[in-house]
Design a protein around this ligand. Structure first.
Ligand SMILES: [Mn+2]
Length: 433
């Protein structure tokens, strides 16, 4: 005997994905559309319950659009005798309490752990067996508290599920209820279903089982890969098996393409490399593939490629079924190492840049370089947090604007040095002609 649950989180009802091509504005890109498909999936599989790990609805300003879809979806589940257990996250902490009266009219829906108090209910399965479900909800947007430290309930047995919206292994001063993986393991509770990050992650298989289901609908280019809810099977001995059900209509990917040995007339060879590297999958519900192309190898043609696609937007859709659209190019091309070393001996600007690139490639950075990277990170952080960008940040998730890491600064510095060096090389070649 086993019990089926549909697990999801970070749905953000009320939002829609903006396709990078202004031409494409399909209703399927609205999260409401994916929510409806999720409801149909739960009914089709006759699951015991739908489990939601927070951020079901987007912030208050979006809830008029969300409300209709939310109610209609929950009513369909109710009619099919499927329960819904949810916790509130940082985004829907306030909205869900405003919707209390409306949600109270839909008996299948339970919001667990209101007022930051752990709450545990007994879910009665179709065969009469009982499974415990515990949860803890945000009651405001920012909570610098550790929910596990505040008395998580003891599990009654192996059939026991816990729902939590949390910044797992986040810094102790994280404003999103940080807990550590160790604390979840030590809690003795066998199944932890988490929300907050939109990227899926099976944190731990076995016991305890710890899963971030990720958002069911890709909302942003940094939510790469396939997205969808998870079908979780719990055997009567407590063993857990979970599998993702692809559902998002849009898929973002990053692919790496080498520009080595491209002919002067590069276009068809370049496109065939992209198509070879990224094959769309027709067996999934994905309608749009949006890719970022990271170019490596010989830098000679990078600018020409980048400019070609910038000049004509329509060229960015490169065919394939489902269609593939190039969102942007990232320049990680570089000169061959031998070339770089001879260049480093020169006493001019080329030499300085070549020496910097060689230094950046060493396993251990020198103190001077460490200092430079730290300073670069601070400057970048200051720019990113500038008031000018505030409207953009407000529109996005807080979680998207993480602090700038040393690795990121290092990568940016490398990229800038390579671009500069390539440009200098081109200029000196032109002068020799
Ligand atoms: Mn969140």
């Amino acid at each position: 005997m086993s019990y089926k649950f549909l697990v999801t989180g970070d749905i953000h009802l009320g939002r829609r994905t903006v396709h990078p091509s202004a031409e494409i504005n399909d209703p399927q890109l609205s999260v409401s559309h994916s929510w409806q498909r999720l409801i149909e999936t739960a009914i089709e599989h006759q699951v015991e319950a739908v489990l939601i790990t927070g951020d079901l609805i987007d912030k208050e300003n979006a809830w008029f659009e969300a409300l209709h879809s939310l109610k209609s979806g929950l009513q369909q589940l109710d009619q099919n005798d499927i329960k819904v257990y949810a916790v509130a996250g940082n985004h829907d902490a306030l909205v869900l309490s405003q919707l209390d009266e409306i949600l109270a009219e839909i008996p299948c829906f339970s919001l667990l752990g209101k007022g930051r108090q752990w709450e545990q209910v007994q879910h009665q399965c179709r065969d009469g067996n009982r499974i415990e479900i515990a949860g803890w909800s945000f009651d405001k947007e920012h909570l610098q508290v550790n929910p596990v430290a505040s008395g998580v309930p003891e599990p009654g047995g192996s059939l026991s599920i816990t729902l939590l919206h949390t910044d797992l292994n986040g810094p102790p001063d994280s404003r999103y209820a940080p807990v550590s993986e160790r604390e979840l393991i030590d809690s003795g509770r066998p199944i932890w279903l988490l929300g907050h990050i939109h990227k899926l992650e099976v944190v731990r298989e076995g016991s305890p089982f710890i899963l971030y289901p990720g958002s069911p609908h890709s909302l942003h280019a940094n939510e790469t890969g396939m997205h969808g809810p998870w079908m979780m099977n719990i055997a009567s001995d407590g063993r857990v098996h979970a599998e993702q059900i692809p559902l998002s209509p849009i898929r973002y990917e990053e692919i790496e393409i080498s520009l080595d040995d491209l002919p002067e007339d590069w276009k068809s060879e370049f496109l065939s490399r992209v198509m070879q590297q990224f094959k769309g999958d027709q067996s999934t519900p994905v309608q749009w593939n949006v890719i970022d192309v990271i170019c490596t190898g010989d830098p000679t043609h990078f600018d020409a490629i980048d400019q070609y696609f910038q000049q004509d937007e329509t060229e960015r859709e490169i065919g394939g079924s489902p269609s593939i659209y190039i969102r942007k190019f990232v320049n990680r091309t570089s000169l061959p190492p031998a070339n770089l070393e001879s260049m480093a001996e020169r006493a001019n600007l080329e030499g300085i840049l070549a020496r910097l690139l060689i230094q950046l490639d060493q396993p251990e950075n020198s103190d001077a370089l460490k200092e430079l990277l730290q300073e670069a990170g601070q400057v970048r952080q200051k720019v990113l947090r500038h008031d000018v960008f505030k409207p953009i940040h407000d529109d996005q998730d807080e979680e998207a604007s993480e602090p700038v890491t040393a690795e990121e600064s290092e990568e940016l510095l490398k990229q800038a040095a390579r671009e500069w060096l390539t440009e200098l090389r081109k200029q000196s070649e032109e002068m020799q002609r």
